[in-house]
Design a protein around this ligand. Structure first.
Ligand SMILES: Cc1ncc(COP(=O)(O)O)c(C=O)c1O
Length: 334
């Protein structure tokens, strides 16, 4: 098989990468949650512990994105997201770590309460631009021009860090998980996680092809319909495979996406997310976030309760971070 000839070391040696994340992240059992649900054996991959200014999945992507920026002699990282973007906060932290400027273009108007990720953006020294009623991309293009005029070298980190360069972090994350599973002699039927800009899912699926993971990889969409996210992740996976030199083809149906947990839409916390956050906090002492991992865990819980995920299975929930947003949702949580 073409996949089996792929060698991690080759990949590591030719791709520019800087060290940011605390790796490998722990893989832990969630015995009490499994028992409470009367469901499958549940493990959790702690990418909330990647170590970059309160952790999260962007640290793995930024190892490759920052390396690319430095190779281009960039002086400023520019990126975009929602006011409570974890991606923006982690990009600001990575910029600080490498002595770069960070400009974050956030959607909407400045909120009265500058808490959660937004507070951390400011502490990390990032400049925040509010897009107001304008398209974030148009504002980013303006910032790029301004940086150039000021004699600086801008590098645009894509939304969510999700291009082929960023997704490479999750190709390697799959190798990391497989090594942990092999050491414990564990067979896993599914990996479940929050999916939005697609870099995590694309990277994991490419990693599964590259290293021969046989289980299912299931993204719980937090904001997009299945066909839209599936098509996007499919294209991103193809680009990621090409970027790392893996000769492989993909079909959209290889990307399992659940879009039945969108609730009130992006960033709207409902009863399901609230229940999931409380349940995991009170059975495992682990914090989930209101926007991504709370929604993904709510999906997993529902799939267990409906018997889609069977008690004889072993499932890894991939915790992708997002903790600071809890503070921005404090009035809806208690
Ligand atoms: C906490 C958290 N989980 C999951 C995601 C989704 O990851 P991806 O954008 O790679 O699909 C994000 C990204 O925005 C996030 O911040």
């Amino acid at each position: 098989m073409e996949e089996s000839t792929f060698d991690t070391r080759t990949m590591l040696s030719h791709l520019p990468r800087v060290e940011i994340a605390h790796l490998p992240t722990p893989l832990e059992e969630m015995h009490r949650l499994s028992k409470t649900l009367g469901g499958p054996r549940l493990l959790i991959k702690r990418d909330d512990q990647t170590g970059l200014a309160t952790g999260g999945n962007k640290a793995r992507k930024l190892e490759f994105l920052v390396a690319d920026a430095l190779a281009q002699r960039a002086t400023t990282l520019i990126t975009t997201g929602a006011p409570q973007s974890n991606h923006c906060r982690q990009t600001a932290a990575a910029a600080a770590r490498f002595g770069l400027r960070a400009v974050l273009v956030l959607s909407g108007e400045p909120p009265a309460d500058q808490t959660g990720n937004l507070l951390l953006d400011t502490l990390l020294g990032a400049e925040v631009r509010w897009a107001g009623g304008r398209e974030r991309e148009a504002v980013m293009a303006e910032v790029v021009e301004e940086e150039r005029e000021a004699g600086r070298v801008p590098y645009v980190v894509p939304y969510g860090g999700s291009n082929a360069v960023g997704a490479t972090g999750y190709v390697l994350a799959m190798a990391e998980l497989m090594a942990q599973l092999a050491r414990r002699n564990l067979q896993v039927q599914r990996i479940v996680f929050a999916s939005s800009s697609g870099g995590t899912q694309a990277g994991l699926v490419v990693g599964a092809k590259a290293f021969g993971f046989m289980g299912r990889i299931e993204g719980i969409s937090v904001d997009k319909s299945r066909p839209v996210l599936q098509e996007w992740v499919h294209r991103l996976a193809a680009k990621t495979a090409a970027y790392i030199g893996l000769r492989s083809t993909f079909t959209p149906t290889e990307f399992t996406i659940h879009d039945e947990y969108l609730g009130g839409g992006y960033g709207v916390m409902g009863d399901a997310e609230r229940e999931a956050i409380r349940l995991v906090a009170q059975t495992e002492g682990i914090l989930l976030d209101p926007v991504y991992t709370g929604r993904a865990m709510a999906g997993l819980i529902d799939l267990v309760r409906r018997g889609v995920y069977r008690p004889d299975e072993t499932i890894v929930f991939w915790h992708t971070g997002g903790i600071p947003a809890l503070f921005a949702y404090r009035h809806e949580l208690v």
